[in-house]
Structures are given as structure tokens and as C-alpha cells.
Design a protein around this ligand. Structure first.
Ligand code: XLS
Ligand code: MG
Length: 346
């Protein structure tokens, strides 16, 4: 299906072999490098990266080895006609990040976090990517008494300012999430992210990335969260997916748990010209463990398709009727119209 003016992205981690905390892989491993050749065929133009998706094992490599690997990935992207959307420092695997990165209690661990961040920015620049995503995985606490939230927020702001200073062109997109893997994460909502942005030394370069499921885990409406970021000109990207209630982070297919909420997310993006300045529609979806095959990609193409169908639903939404019902304050009829429109009832 035609892209309807949008560009789509996903990260290589979205094609997985099926392991979860309760069991091992259920599919043959699909080579990381082979994933790049899939993007265009599936209707995607953008690649979301963690720093070690670009340079696997980067903590153990020399600067020259890192340079060689980034050059290779840059060439692959160029050959495949793909755009790197962002690079995110993976600050949650290494032993130094067990208690967080920028907010770790140990100075040595915080030093590691900064070294790793500089490497991540260098990698991004080397593949011609100007956005760094901060998903602040372990920046939070398992028990509140283990950290001081005021100190932690000071440290986060300091890290952001250092990044802005280290590279005068990069943008930082903060991806809020309220919990998992920590019990309580710092920067749980887009409001927190945007407050940090305004407090930073160059707020025009600090934006947010909103993931549907993360907003829902915070008990918030994802489309309103997007509206908040858009109102501040600070929606760097989105990670569309879905979530069935307050559970672990499910990364279900876009629209699969709440189609009406998905419609409202597409509506706010479409009505505010999201994507016209080159922003990507990012998907962060996980296939079901039951799915057979290798590689499994239906969850990606299906989520993209649902997005596009919803764009059509937004474009065919009867605006005159909407205005009339709003003017009459007849929200009962407006709701019925929305539901019938989504169901395809004339
Ligand atoms: C995890 C996040 C992660 C980020 C990228 O919950 O969604 O996948 O998007 O680090
Ligand atoms: Mg995400």
C-alpha cells in the first residue's frame, strides 16, 4: 500500500527470535546484518539503532575497529537506500549500568555512562545520523531510598547539557517510560521530558519520542501526550504500538488492543502535519512468541498497514459533521459517529 506521504521506521530488535523472561528463543536466529535488506521490501525507509546495533560489542573494540564498523554500516545503509533515524546508547546491558547510567550511585559507573554516550554520539555522526534517543532504561529506582530523585534529575540534566555541548548539531529525543525494568523510572512522561528540555542549555535541540505503550503504562492517553509535545514543537518521533492494560511492556501491534486510541493518535499526527518535516512514523512492535517462520515480519507490515488505514479514516472523517456536533455539544452523537466511521458503517 502507498505510504500516503509518511515514512516508516523500525529497529532491528523488532525482528526477534522469541525469547522472553520465561523461555528461550523459539525461532532460528536471523542474522542482524541480513535485516537491512528487508526494510524496503516491507515498506520501511528508516532504521532505528541502538549504538551496539551499529557496532556490536562496542565496549570491547578499539576506536579504529569502531570506525571500520561504522563505515561498513554507513555503506550498507547507502546501498539499501535507508536512512538512520536515531542512535540510542544502550545503557542497560553492561555491568556498569546495573544501577543505572547517568543516575548510578557510583561515580565510576557514571563515568562509564558518559564514555558510552560519547561513543554513541560519535557512532551516530559517523553514519550521518543527527538524533540520539535517550530511553532511560535503568535511570530510576527499585526502592526509593536507594537514590535521591533531586540529585538524579540534576544528573540527568547535566548529562543532557554535556551531550549538547559535546556535539553542537545533534538533537536529543527523550523517550519516557514510567517503569520496567525499574520499579519507578525517572522521566516517566513527556511532560517530564519537555521540562528537562526547557531547562537544558539549548532546548530547541531537546525533544521527545512518545511510545504508545509507555504512555498507557503511565495511565495516560498517548494521543494527548503527542498533542502536548506537538504544542511545544517537540515531537521528535513516535513509537507506535499497543498495550493491553497495565502490565509489562507488551509492544503489541499498533491498534490491536485499542483501535479507537490508535485512530486518535493518527488523527493528532495527521492534523498537525507530523512527518512533513521529515519525521518518521516509528514502530516499536514485537511479534507474538507463537509466530512461526524466520524472519518474522508480519507484525511490522500489519502495524504499518493499520496506520495507513487509519490515515484514510482520518482523511475521510466528516469534518462538517464533526463541527456541527461539537457546536451543538452533542458528544453522544459524535462518539457514535466515530465508532460507526471506524466500523465502516455509513
Ligand atoms: C523499551 C524501549 C526501547 C527504545 C529504544 O521499552 O521502547 O525499545 O525504544 O531503546
Ligand atoms: Mg520504544
Amino acid at each position: 500500500m502507498d505510504n500516503l506521504g509518511y515514512r516508516f521506521s523500525f529497529g532491528p530488535w523488532n525482528i526477534s527470535d522469541g525469547a522472553d523472561p520465561f523461555g528461550p528463543d523459539v525461532r532460528e536466529p536471523y542474522p542482524h546484518e541480513a535485516k537491512f535488506a528487508l526494510y524496503k521490501k516491507l515498506g520501511f525507509d528508516g532504521v532505528q539503532f541502538h549504538d551496539d546495533d551499529v557496532v556490536p560489542g562496542l565496549d570491547d573494540l578499539t576506536p579504529a575497529q569502531i570506525d571500520a564498523k561504522t563505515a561498513e554500516v554507513a555503506a550498507t545503509l547507502a546501498n539499501e537506500g535507508l536512512v538512520p533515524e536515531f542512535v540510542a546508547p544502550r545503557m542497560w546491558f553492561a555491568p556498569q549500568t546495573i544501577d543505572g547510567g547517568y543516575t548510578a550511585n557510583s561515580q565510576e559507573d557514571r563515568d562509564y555512562a558518559w564514555q558510552r554516550t560519547m561513543k554513541c554520539i560519535d557512532i551516530a555522526r559517523a553514519i550521518n545520523c543527527k538524533a540520539i534517543v535517550l530511553w532511560l532504561a535503568r535511570e530510576g529506582s527499585y526502592i526509593r531510598e536507594s537514590k535521591n530523585a533531586k540529585v538524579a534529575y540534576d544528573r540527568l540534566l547535566e548529562a543532557i547539557n554535556r551531550m549538547l555541548d559535546y556535539d553542537k548539531e545533534i538533537q536529543i529525543w527523550i523517550e519516557p517510560k514510567p517503569n520496567e525494568p525499574t520499579d519507578q523510572a525517572y522521566v516517566p512522561t513527556i511532560g517530564h521530558a519537555i521540562a528537562l528540555s526547557y531547562a537544558s542549555s539549548d532546548h530547541a535541540r531537546v525533544k521527545g519520542l512518545i511510545e504508545t505503550a509507555h504512555a498507557q503504562l503511565a495511565g495516560l492517553d498517548a494521543s494527548d501526550e503527542m498533542g502536548f509535545a506537538l504544542a511545544h514543537g517537540k515531537l521528535g518521533s513516535v513509537h507506535l504500538n499497543d498495550q493491553n492494560g497495565l502490565k509489562y511492556d507488551q509492544d503489541k501491534n499498533f491498534g490491536s488492543a485499542n483501535l479507537r486510541s490508535a485512530f486518535n493518535q493518527v488523527r493528532i499526527l495527521e492534523e498537525n502535519g507530523y512527518g512533513r518535516a521529515g519525521e518518521f512514523v516509528g514502530l516499536d512492535v514485537k511479534t507474538m512468541r507463537t509466530q512461526r517462520g524466520c524472519p518474522v515480519t508480519d507484525h511490522l507490515t500489519n502495524s504499518r498497514l493499520i496506520f495507513l488505514h487509519l490515515v484514510e479514516k482520518v482523511r475521510t472523517y466528516d469534518r462538517a459533521r464533526e463541527r456541527e456536533l461539537i457546536a451543538a455539544r452533542d458528544y453522544e452523537s459524535l462518539e457514535l459517529y466515530v465508532l460507526r466511521h471506524l466500523m465502516g458503517v455509513a
